[in-house]
Design a protein around this ligand. Structure first.
Ligand SMILES: Cc1cc2nc3c(=O)[nH]c(=O)nc-3n(C[C@H](O)[C@H](O)[C@H](O)COP(=O)(O)OP(=O)(O)OC[C@H]3O[C@@H](n4cnc5c(N)ncnc54)[C@H](O)[C@@H]3O)c2cc1C
Length: 280
């Protein structure tokens, strides 16, 4: 049983650029994507401190251009005091939406900090700030790679949602059935928050394979073999990727998905083409 979405939320995700050229490229990307009037732009946050200042700077720049910006906030390795300071800074700047995550554990990290899982971060944000922030959390239709079992992961997602999340965005996936089955399982456990599919455009096979192996997103065998078979023929990889991802988005929206969250990797080209093909 899937649902018909009442209102849909579209958003674009960026990572904080590290160089002046990267900052300029992201400005251009934003200008192109702004025409689609997304609900918000989100900006990732590196666990362990690598890109954290960049997240704040990027979010403030987006906001100064008049768009809603949602910083990601990962809690692994953080103290309550660090997180409280960051939340206060965001609030003082009028930020109303946070993507609350545990974060990936950096290799070699031995001290986990004062939060172990994202549900603890969600509870903390609610306790400190009431309803000021709209809290987004991550969902895994194909299950989180470190989960002890699918059932355990679902129970953990439900706990996180009930801790006070307003909505969720998923890890990317290529099989719409995994998404619809996940949503049905969550609904059967009494959680009604919107679960917006995360969409990863396909541009480069080796990068996609590396990301997918790390985050547990399954590339179907037929797709993996076809992409791999194109070798260095990037035009064919791109063309197949656009067809596959547009078709995936269409199936998701037709099946009632409450919007789409695009992992842009700071580039507008593929996302714009998919958007136009969908006629959104
Ligand atoms: C939309 C999206 C955006 C992301 N953005 C970033 C980013 O900006 N920066 C970044 O570093 N990473 C980001 N990630 C990756 C994310 O940080 C990793 O997938 C991380 O490993 C898990 O984060 P989480 O918030 O889903 O963790 P959690 O919900 O805490 O889950 C992590 C694991 O622990 C288990 N678990 C959860 N709660 C409990 C509990 N109470 N008891 C026992 N086990 C539990 C879960 O089953 C799961 O296996 C993003 C992921 C998504 C889907």
């Amino acid at each position: 049983m899937t649902e018909i979405a009442v209102s849909q939320t579209y958003s674009f995700e960026f990572f904080p650029p590290k160089t002046p050229e990267g900052i300029e490229k992201l400005r251009n990307t934003r200008r192109q994507l702004a025409q689609f009037k997304p609900e918000f732009f989100s900006v990732t946050f590196g666990a362990g401190g690598t890109t954290q200042d960049g997240t704040l700077a990027t979010v403030l720049e987006i906001q100064s251009e008049g768009f809603d910006a949602a910083p990601h906030l990962s809690c692994i390795g953080a103290t309550r005091a660090n997180v409280a300071t960051l939340l206060k800074t965001y609030r003082e700047h009028g930020i109303r939406r946070i993507v609350a995550l545990r974060g990936d554990i950096p290799s070699g990290m031995v001290e986990f900090g004062e939060f172990r899982y994202a549900n603890e971060l969600v509870e903390f944000i609610r306790a400190e700030h009431g309803d000021w922030f709209h809290i987004e959390v991550a969902a895994y239709p194909e299950y989180h790679p470190q989960a002890r079992s699918a059932q355990d992961d679902l129970a953990n997602f439900v706990r996180k949602a009930k801790a006070g999340a307003d909505s969720a965005m998923t890890q990317y996936f290529f099989n719409p059935d995994a998404y619809f089955a996940f949503v049905d399982e969550v609904r059967a456990r009494g959680v009604e928050i919107p679960i917006v599919p995360g969409i990863m455009p396909i541009n480069n096979f080796s990068q996609l394979a590396r990301f997918s192996d790390a985050c547990g997103a399954e590339i179907p065998r037929w797709l993996r073999l076809k992409l791999q078979g194109y070798g260095d023929d990037s035009a064919s990889i791109k063309a197949l990727g656009l067809d596959v991802i547009t078709d995936l988005c269409r199936k998701l929206l037709d099946g009632g998905a409450p919007g789409l969250h695009f992992y842009t990797l700071n580039a507008a080209g593929n996302v714009s083409t998919i958007w136009q093909r969908l006629g959104l």
